[in-house]
Design a binder for this molecule. Sequence first.
Ligand code: NAD
Ligand code: SER
Length: 319
Amino acid sequence: MVKEKILVIGASGQIGVELTLALRKIFGNSSVVASDLREENDLLKGTGPYVSLDVMNKEMLHVQVIRQNITQIYMLAAILSATGEKNPNLAWHLNMQGLLNVLDIAKEEKLHKVYWPSSIAVFGPTSPRENCPQRTIIEPTTVYGISKYAGEFWCNYFHQRFGVDVRSLRYPGLISYKSSPGGGTTDYAVEIFMDAVEEKKYKCFLREDTYLPMMYMPDAIRATIELMEAPANKISVRTSYNISSMSFSPKEIAAEIKKQIPEFAITYQPDYRQAIADSWPRSIDDSVARQDWGWKEEYGIEKMTVDMIRNLQEMKGGN
Ligand code: NAD
Ligand code: SER
């Protein structure tokens, strides 16, 4: 078996922390180098190597790849949908140039594999709202969605033209308790749990009936690793795979939380993020991922809610 050495870029973020820890379990602590612009997340400290790295600095990135004998990169650094609308130029610049720097180095250094996540944000108001298929009308209206859609085609281009084995998933909103979300429209679905456990109430920035596709982090991490470990001949999509496990509205998740915390109360005060959510599909058809490499979720809304609250309560109690 080829010895892999993995670089995770954006390792201190919501996905990066859990993905780095999961990769370290599989490949060994010293074989997974965590990196980020910001300081090392507390949960990563003492679990393996960490380097401070700006993905926009291509030279610095290239030096790290050579110095550390990197064979795979997981490129997670990005500006998400809500923050992106506040600074569209910065979001475009980081989301595009960061990816291009990684793809160029992957080509030059003949890396074995690259992972880069896309998002349900590639879809726009003209895409089908229900069971949005893998291939359909894609006309995103946020700068984040535009950058993800362009990124998908850069991945496809580097695969077709230069043989770079780059793989991608269009994540839905991700729900987790270990590290905080980083400025997305779906962040409400994390905040609601944290506030429910801390304060028994939550003020939601989306309308009660806003259905969005969501996924629990353990499923997202497993999907990522399964995609990356699948034989190359199983990967028919080189832009990015639709992937899905559940869809719900703020009203529905609040009702589920109330089953665990009966005093929980929710109020609604929609803001600019409502328009972003309204431009995205309510549910996703991920049959191509299921067919190609056997994707199947483990968590639905009930199982996830029980697990989230149990873990947050344990953390609060200092267990
Ligand atoms: P996040 O904001 O929590 O983490 C991103 C990390 O990248 C941060 O730690 C940040 O410090 C780092 N970073 C920013 N600029 C950098 C730079 N120039 N160089 C190095 N690091 C830099 O985001 P996340 O939620 O973990 O998302 C990771 C990826 O997954 C992103 O591409 C995002 O678009 C995608 N995604 C996330 C979700 C979700 O719900 N979390 C859904 C769909 C897609
Ligand atoms: N969770 C992300 C966001 O809301 C979707 O890509 O931006």
